[in-house]
Design a protein around this ligand. Structure first.
Ligand code: SAM
Length: 302
């Protein structure tokens, strides 16, 4: 980790803002509601590109961790719209890429994004906990970035990754700490409180089951060596509009709009956004920007 945005104030804020309870979404909900098109991914990727303050991108961090010679066979579980793979491809000029995702819409986008490149690409529609279509000892690298919280059977997934990974290969699992983006949660929870919103909305990201904080012991049950490489970034917004898109479309209002609830109508979300926006505008007026700190990183398993 080459940048450290943590301050005692942010640590104290994390303890008061981030609840212990996390959302859980089924992989089918994710497929049919969040990833039935690429909007959510497009917004997050665009915002990270344009508003990050760490000169090295998260994708650069992932690529460095993979320690590629250029000739490896790589499997990307939950490859999404191939945003990461597009950046990674030049590092695999003599290798192969296999992208697997259970959402047909994002897989189509991945296929289109990588069409015509010289690195052979194979696309598989399927769930990361069923790799039966892939042979033993097939891949030099396997990665699973920001997707493991959706996988139903983690035991089967990690057993399968172990099986398809060649001896001497590497599995990179990238995910967040539960208090990542705590400033976004702070303004969101403040707004929910002021609106007397239903109690079930006061939960954190769906990454509770396996996060950067609790993941290493789980992975050590399957892999002899698990190294944690942390990564931080801070998104800074001097205009509220791109942050509001990040909040509303990129994160479904911190999951409040992830699943339909008849108590939460259009007026509810309009008021929620107004209250969030007001706080963001105040922060921009006070400090010149609204900051959202990302605490993320990768487990490197071999
Ligand atoms: C937040 S996106 C991450 C995409 C990509 N890895 C990245 O870092 O840009 C999560 C992806 O996991 C996929 N996904 C969800 N459940 C899955 C499962 N059980 N098996 C495979 N992919 C899954 C989604 O369709 C989505 O494309």
């Amino acid at each position: 980790m080459d940048r450290d945005f943590r301050t005692p104030e942010l640590d104290a804020l994390a303890r008061t803002v981030i609840p212990d309870e996390h959302f859980e979404f089924s992989t089918e909900t994710a497929r049919d509601r969040f990833f039935n098109d690429t909007r959510m991914l497009d917004v997050k990727q665009d915002v990270h590109n344009r508003f990050r303050t760490n000169p090295k991108s998260m994708v650069g961090h992932m690529i460095d961790n993979l320690d590629l010679t250029g000739a490896e066979s790589l499997l990307d579980l939950g490859c999404g719209n191939a945003f990461v793979l597009e950046h990674l491809r030049p590092h695999l000029a003599d290798g192969t890429i296999t992208g697997l995702d259970n959402a047909p819409a994002v897989l189509d986008a991945a296929r289109a994004r990588m069409a015509g490149t010289a690195t052979p690409c194979t696309w598989i529609e399927g769930s990361a906990d069923d790799l039966t279509m892939l042979g033993d000892d097939t891949f030099d690298r396997v990665m699973a970035n920001y997707m493991i919280h959706y996988v139903p059977d983690l035991d089967r997934c990690f057993t399968e990754v172990r099986r398809v990974l060649r001896s001497g290969g590497l599995f990179q699992l990238t995910t967040d700490r539960p208090d990542s983006m705590l400033e976004m949660y702070k303004v969101h929870f403040n707004a929910l409180k002021a609106m007397n919103a239903p109690a079930y909305l006061f939960k954190a990201t769906p990454k509770g089951r396996l996060s950067l904080e609790n993941g290493a012991p789980q992975l050590q049950e399957y892999f002899g060596r698990v190294k944690t490489v942390t990564w931080q970034d801070q998104l800074r917004f001097s205009n509220p509009d791109p942050f509001m898109r990040f909040y509303e479309v990129g994160h479904n209002h911190c999951c409040a709009s992830s699943e339909p609830d008849e108590r939460l109508d259009t007026a509810f979300f309009e008021e929620l956004r107004d209250r969030v926006r007001t706080q963001v505008v105040e922060a921009i007026q006070r400090r010149g920007h609204f900051a959202v700190t990302k605490y993320t990183g990768s487990f490197l398993c071999s």
